[in-house]
Write a protein that binds this ligand. Sequence first.
Ligand code: DHE
Length: 584
Amino acid sequence: MKFTKARRRASLLTSAAVALGLAATCLPAQEKPENHADGPVAAYEPSMTTLGQIQVEIPGLRPDDPVMTQEEFQRGTTIYFERCAGCHGVLRKGATGKPLTTDLTRENGFEYLRDFITYGSPAGMPNWGTSGEMTEEDVDLMARYLLLEPPAPPEYGMPEMQASWKVHIAPEDRPTEKMNDIDIDNLFSVTLRDAGQIALIDGATYEIRSVIDTGYAVHISRISASGRYLFVIGRDAKVNMIDLWMEEPATVAEIKVGSEARSIETSKMEGWEDKYAIAGSYWPPQYVIMDGDTLEPLKIKSTRGMIFDEQTFHPEPRVAAILSSHYRPEFIVNVKETGKILLVDYSDIKSLKVTEIEAERFLHDGGLDSSKRYFLTAANARNKVAVIDTKEGDLEALIDTDGATPHPGRGANINHPTYGPVWVTSHLGDETVAVIGTDPEGHPDHAWKMVQQLYAMGGGSLFVKTHPTSDNLYVDAPLNPDAEVSGAVAVFKVADLAQEEPEYTVLPLVEWAGITEGQPRVVQGEFNKEGNEIWFSVWNAADLESAIVVVDDKTLELKHVIKDERLVTPTGKFNVYNTRADVY
Ligand code: DHE
């Protein structure tokens, strides 16, 4: 059965009981979260889990400071970094959440803080106490903790990076040709999030070729321009460089680039393939350019500085997505809190030239348009998409997505029946999907405008996906509170986008995976190299069964289910060819 916004809403009024068979079927609508505190947006704030492990001392106490033992202070710091720092900042100077510096917290006082933490606020503060997420004792502890000066986690510069850097196999000792029978271009690197590992899965046989240990709560994989080296980064900022030419692909170099990190990329400009790698950190706020053969750290740049519009100092602007330009020897670096997109010219890193583009605050993720000239990226807490012309090196446009918290991943490039080449993002906070024109030459009237708004299953979407050979657009919703929605994916036919309100089909992938225990979430579609099948993760709790479901893109039928006890919490999947060539 097909769905439209109207029919999906009508189904709410009639029946919520929908039998899910093995064929594509429909789902009842879920209610929209009433406020940020109980919605998917709150569930998606960064959790600084690695920072939470750092040992800290109570800063010098003032006479009227509340009494706190060293043990309590350590526990407060762990809770703060894991649950609060994502919004309020590591140093409590504020990010998407309000500042919590002691001049403010002491003015408000203990009772105010305790009640605020207990009950939350409609403006976005989760109700940590009444939701049961924090005990009464922890709420009391946190209210006292916030009256003390915050601890500053340690900096992480060249000596620390050098100390963590290991070359397991030197470039001269590596194979000079591919030593295995793996079709590397159709290999998938699959994040096994809670295992701190990646699985390399053969795109044709679905066989797990190897499982490799990586960083803690491993986050993303990126591939060198040649396709030989796979780079993986963990949330603990550990980078693994894996040589896919070896008989048994393995880590040939590793480094830790900070305490908390999310992004890694490699140089892709013609003439610079495989020369450099770059990693960005949340803490300390910085990025590092490394040698592309060994991960030797070469140049570290802090991102601390002025917020682009107010021109006031921000002490911890996190580095979010990093992409490699195909038009210039440059890395494109999103600096979240200051709202700047940096074009880091790596042609001469001794005299590093950085173009600083004013964009919008809270930059998160993004990708290239189909021509690979334009970089489109979400300023998610501002509901905007910034467009950078990577050829000219400037801001092309800033577009309102008319939805709540755009989250594109790298986005999806489709050839729209009416508007030509467009790029698409879904949203975390509602069911809308924004379609943005990207063809200033062929469709000048529609370029850099939101040309259409689609309605998918519901809020909590993280990723959209298509492929140049596909006629479909896939939209997930893993953070939707309704298990039937988070366990499925919506598919729009590209040809149907000519209609005013196109229908979509729902594929019940958790059902197809045959997983009945837990509440697995369907996340991040990734095509194989040929573009005739798309893989989705069915992401369950670490102690429960997860799977990868392979869907036939032409028939939208189940093609294969990959299950294996080693597939612990699979989330992101990165097809080697599509990732290195920026096909999405
Ligand atoms: Fe991600 C990409 C940050 C939570 C899966 N995630 C990114 C990028 C950033 C980011 C900055 C872009 C990297 C780039 O392109 O260089 N992610 C964050 C967070 O700060 C956040 C919200 C919370 C946190 O504490 O980390 C977060 N991310 C998650 C998850 O919970 C996900 C769903 C599951 C997981 O594995 O952790 C998740 N993030 C992903 C994936 C990508 C990603 C699969 C790459 C998508 C792509 O197609 O490129």
